[in-house]
Design a protein around this ligand. Structure first.
Ligand code: 13P
Length: 264
């Protein structure tokens, strides 16, 4: 890959987020948080820590945290509408009322199973930002696209179309999650070098469109089979600013181990 300009990581706090997907109901979440508390990670400075439960679990998480700001709370999706006849949808106002600060948007599972397009996700990103939520915008290529030499084109389009119409300041404040689809839930992690190369490319596209200041500030997480054993190497790459973790974040001890790997 070309364009591998390395922007300074000095000002970017790594962000480790647990995407629980359709796992962990309210009772299980309370048990998770009790175990997580035992890990004594509140003192672990320099890493932003987030849990992203299913909608119905969010109130139990917020109540259990009881005002503790050690863990931020996010949602896995949000509507692009404010309210009204949209059965099954959840609005930004509902999420902020519950205490959410983040929202994952454009996850490949939503792209794949719910037909979400870059244009549609773009509307949700605008809606989230206008409500003061921090989008965690997921992008990434399929194995077919990577093997077909389309990696850069896919990432460029996802960044260009997904972030269309945002100001450089808005882009600087959001989070991009690079999640190669072939690495999600498969146990196959991108090598640290391949992940770094993709992250540097994504940052260079952000620089082209939104300028170098936004590019040097936007945090780009890696996601796809992150686990305690590979987290430190991934996190040590200059353009990798944290992780969006699925399977390995379903247990408090392994989520905690990944957070510790980002803190060193
Ligand atoms: P896994 O960590 O289970 O591969 O999931 C990654 C992911 O999709 C996080 O959003």
């Amino acid at each position: 890959m070309q364009n591998n300009i390395i922007y300074t990581t000095m000002s970017r706090t790594p962000i480790i987020a647990a995407n629980w997907k359709m796992n962990i109901g309210p009772a299980e979440a309370r048990a998770f948080l009790a175990a997580f508390k035992e890990e004594k990670l509140c003192e672990c400075k320099g890493v932003e820590k987030v849990v992203v439960p299913p909608f119905v679990t969010i109130p139990a998480v917020v109540e259990t945290l009881n005002g503790c700001s050690c863990l931020g709370v996010g949602a896995q999706d949000v509507s692009d509408h404010d309210n009204g006849a949209f059965t099954g949808e959840v609005s930004t106002a509902m999420l902020t009322e519950l205490g959410c600060r983040y929202v994952v948007l454009g996850h490949s599972e939503r792209r794949q199973y719910h037909g979400e397009t870059n244009a549609y996700i773009n509307k949700k990103i605008h809606k989230a930002l206008s409500a003061g939520l921090i989008p965690i915008y997921c992008i990434g290529e399929t194995l077919e696209q990577r093997e077909g030499g389309q990696l850069e084109q896919v990432l460029r389009t996802q960044v260009t179309d997904g972030l269309a119409g945002l100001t450089p300041e808005q882009v600087a404040g959001l989070v991009i999650a690079y999640e190669p689809v072939w690495a999600i839930g498969t146990g196959k992690t991108a090598s640290a070098a391949d992940a770094q190369s993709a992250h540097a490319f994504i940052r260079s596209v952000v620089a082209e469109i939104f300028g170098e200041d936004a590019a040097s500030k936007v945090r780009i997480q890696y996601g796809g089979s992150v686990k305690p054993a590979n987290a430190a190497e991934l996190m040590s790459q200059p353009d990798i600013d944290g992780a969006l973790v699925g399977g390995a974040a379903l247990k408090a001890d392994s989520f905690a181990a990944i957070i510790r790997a980002a803190a060193v």
